[in-house]
Design a protein around this ligand. Sequence first.
Ligand code: MLT
Ligand code: MN
Length: 319
Amino acid sequence: MGRRATGGPRIRGPSVKILILGAAAGGGFPQWNCNDPVARLAWMGKLRHRTQSSLAVSLDGRHWVLLNASPDLRQQIRDNPQLHPRADAPLRASPIAAVVLTNADVDHIAGLMSLRESQPLALYAHARVLDVLSRNSVFNVLHPDFVERRSLPADSDILLHDKTGNSLGLHVKAFAVPGKIALWLEDPSAARYGSHQGDTLGLEISDGAGKSFFYVPACAGMTPELAERLSGARLVLFDGTLWQDDEMIQAGVGHKTGQRMGHMSCSATIAAFAPLSVQQKFFIHINNTNPLFVDGAPERAQAAAAGWQIADDGMEISL
Ligand code: MLT
Ligand code: MN
């Protein structure tokens, strides 16, 4: 554990290791049916392909926690040796000890099905999301005797544990952010499509000794509470779905605004973060139409000038 000895040198604890498994929004980049000018560059091989938004986090480098489980999880595991079963491990083994979900978006839960079947695992999610999982019996492919589903209430500091109760050393504090229910759960006849508090969470992950970062892959607006929470943070990975709110309409590939989909636009986010003194800022969960994918795009320069970096698959950050 990191601590500061009075009058002495700072004793550093183990670093918080963050692996960006996927940087793209739902559908990945390029999405199978997207042919807008940005996706076209990817189809032409001129831009790197990206998998769907997810992080892996570890304190000891041996036990990892997934923040969201993307449909690309199998590829993400293959691409990141830290997540392979180790050579000296038992015949059934994985360094992945737990999963924390921010919402029930298909890009954040479909990867659970790759975590079949009788492997001990702890699964943390808001009660609203646990309810969705329990109503869809296909998720029982994560054998209920081996996978423990644990409630992740908002605004509680929770020390993450593996299935057998060993501490993973990392704390999570979930908090509700403006957003909406997952697309595939929308009820057209209900107010706000049936969205409730807790349908979209941001996460603060910490080592319990002063180092922490935020992962907020979906957020529809900056509230005063959220601004206060993020103010002065070391690191924030934030919703980078669209550059402009009407970008999909302008590109002719959809009829929805970012607001309708539960996402604030990067241009609005850059302005909202300007007074917050966040040390390191990354856009993540980036949509096919977003020019941030394009090297040399003026929007990329604009983001960089405001101190923003663009998440990419395989990036490693340590705190
Ligand atoms: C979103 O972030 O808006 C959703 O992932 C949309 C989707 O399910 O494609
Ligand atoms: Mn999404």
